[in-house]
Design a protein around this ligand. Structure first.
Ligand code: TEU
Ligand code: CA
Length: 543
């Protein structure tokens, strides 16, 4: 549909700037480094770049702990380097989305320093300060995602403050209208600088229950979609009172009213909770809250096509005019090539290609995480190499997030060509054969499969924003259609090592689309006598 806004069905490339490209040899990726690689991102055929935080920060959570919302951390460059990123991206036809971490600040933020300085200062109510119980204990049973209680004692105020993440990431008090005004000012600052939108970190965490009621315990925990592992105590509560509060909705409306002053902008909210699909639908319906949301539903260990179908049907059920955004990898989870294809230490590249085709054929927008287009596996690191506090806390049950955050291998040379210095996290040897340079030269590479499929998707509205209907699923295969005003596509795919024969409803039979449109290495399906035969790791797309 010509009138559909650009973000409905867009493909967003997530850059984790510390690990993208280092321009000055200090071992840390930066904004000039990103600017230098924009042509590479553009060549993939995506629509937008989401840049993980590059704001002033003590880096306790590698930038997700902001100490100045309106400036660039010197490690990453300057505001004018950022202006340059926007300018180059726009020249290449790419939109720029930036991360906004509004739920909490760093404890080094001037707001927190002031707020924590006394019981009565102009910002005394900007964070969630609570007196201890008469016996000195913490206010309630809320837990931090990163381990331990969500309450930290502060000796100066002789009170506890709330932190859903690290104790150095105090939660702002969204019940205070001054806080709302201050965070909206930060958002406006970047809109005025020309960004095309935002990824809102922890978009369902902003408000907490003002009565501080206890969360109910949860007996059974499935390894699931909420984004925390089953061995994390955080998983053993229903998070009814510390997040996903109804009070969030009016704030999202205020945020949208601001966005609407800047036409053609968009927002993606991160939603992690037990009923994330429902929440995504709720947050994106009606055109007056967020534009898109993404959950952890495809960031789990369950790679079965059954799970994909269930997820898609469940969200479609209540979606209305809302819009989802999917990702199978980001800077918080084990890399998808390892998570979904590793067997006895081997990564299955052919299977990764089908996961890519599946992801890019679902209804919704898509976030690709840097290195996914190279099929990078999780980097194996030793405990001594870890820097992520989340990993250090839970090792070895959970190895943290460093393994998906190691630098991009650009070439098959020292440090993968990422830096002339010592990289902040190692570029592991096993990543060198995956380098962008080598894959650009190999027509059968995962990189080329991504590129070709992204091109293909761009030229088919049905894939970008058409309706979706499923006809078959099992562990390894799926049959579905995507339909827009101008066409109806049939998609069948097989993620297994075996040839699969599936019965096809007569009405669905279509003429196969050719290799010029779909990467040859995966376009290996045929239709005969009402049956579709899919070779190992292949797709069939018919029109
Ligand atoms: O992630 C939120 C987060 O930690 C979720 O993965 C969480 O597990 C889930 O919501 C629990 O239900 C974001 C960032 O992506 C991450 O890098 C930051 O560390 C975090 O927020 C804190 O800002
Ligand atoms: Ca640098």
């Amino acid at each position: 549909n010509q009138n559909s806004p650009w973000w409905r069905g867009c493909v967003i490339y997530q850059v984790y700037p510390r690990s993208f490209f280092d321009s000055n040899g200090d071992g840390i990726g930066d904004l000039p480094g990103l600017a230098a690689k924009i042509p590479y991102i553009a060549s993939l055929g995506v629509d937008a770049i989401w840049i993980s935080p590059f704001f002033t920060s003590p880096m306790k959570d590698f930038g997700y702990d902001v100490s100045d919302y309106c400036d660039v951390d010197p490690i990453f460059g300057t505001l004018s380097d950022f202006d340059n990123v926007i300018e180059i991206a726009h020249k290449h036809g790419l939109k720029i989305l930036i991360d906004q971490v509004l739920n909490h600040t760093s404890d080094q933020h001037p707001w927190f320093k002031e707020s924590s300085s006394s019981l009565d200062n102009p910002k005394s109510d900007w964070y969630v300060w609570v007196d201890p119980n008469p016996d000195g204990t913490i206010p309630n049973n809320w837990l931090s995602v990163f381990g331990g209680p969500a309450w930290q004692w502060h000796s100066r105020r002789r009170q506890y403050y709330l932190h859903n993440f690290l104790s150095s990431q105090p939660d702002l008090n969204f019940h205070n209208p001054e806080v709302i005004e201050a965070v909206l000012d930060a958002v406006r600052f970047w809109l005025d600088r020309g960004v095309d939108g935002f990824r809102f970190d922890t978009a369902n965490y902003f408000f907490h229950d003002i009565e501080l009621r206890n969360n109910a315990p949860k007996e059974e925990v499935e390894e699931g979609s909420i984004g925390v592992r089953a061995d994390n105590p955080y998983a053993y509560q229903f998070h009814e009172f510390d997040k996903s509060r109804p009070e969030n909705i009016p704030f999202l409306k205020q945020l949208r009213a601001l966005m609407d002053e800047y036409p053609q902008t968009t927002t993606v909210g991160e939603v992690g909770c037990d009923f994330a699909l429902e929440t995504m639908a709720k947050y994106t319906q009606g055109g007056d809250k967020l534009h898109m949301c993404y959950s952890f539903d495809l960031l789990t260990h369950d790679s079965s096509m059954k799970h994909i179908r269930t997820t898609m049907e469940e969200i479609e059920d209540g979606l209305g005019d809302g819009w989802p955004c999917w990702s199978i990898g980001n800077h918080d989870v084990e890399r998808v090539a390892s998570r979904w294809t590793e067997k006895e230490g081997l990564i299955n590249h052919e299977r990764s290609k089908i996961h890519m085709a599946m992801l890019l054929s679902m209804r919704g927008s898509v976030c690709l995480y840097q290195g996914e287009e190279l099929g990078l596996p999780e980097a194996e690191l030793t405990y001594d190499q870890l820097v992520d506090p989340f990993g250090i806390e839970f090792w070895p049950d959970f190895k943290g997030r460093d393994g998906c955050r190691t630098p991009m291998p650009w070439s098959n040379s020292d440090n993968g060509g990422f830096t002339d210095g010592k990289p902040w996290l190692p570029v592991v040897d096993s990543h060198l054969p995956y380098s962008a340079e080598l894959q650009e030269d190999d027509p059968n590479s995962i990189f080329h499969a991504y590129k070709a499929f992204l091109q293909f998707r761009k030229h088919h509205n049905a894939l970008v924003s058409g309706a979706i209907e499923f006809f078959h699923d099992d562990e390894h295969s799926l049959i579905f259609t995507r339909q827009s005003d101008d066409e109806k596509l049939l998609v069948a795919l097989n993620t297994s090592a075996e040839t699969t024969v599936l019965k096809l409803p007569k009405t669905l039979i279509k003429n196969k689309l050719e290799d010029i449109e779909i990467p040859k290495s995966i376009n290996k399906g045929t239709v005969k006598e009402g049956k579709i035969m899919l070779q190992a790791y292949s797709i069939y797309i018919g029109k």
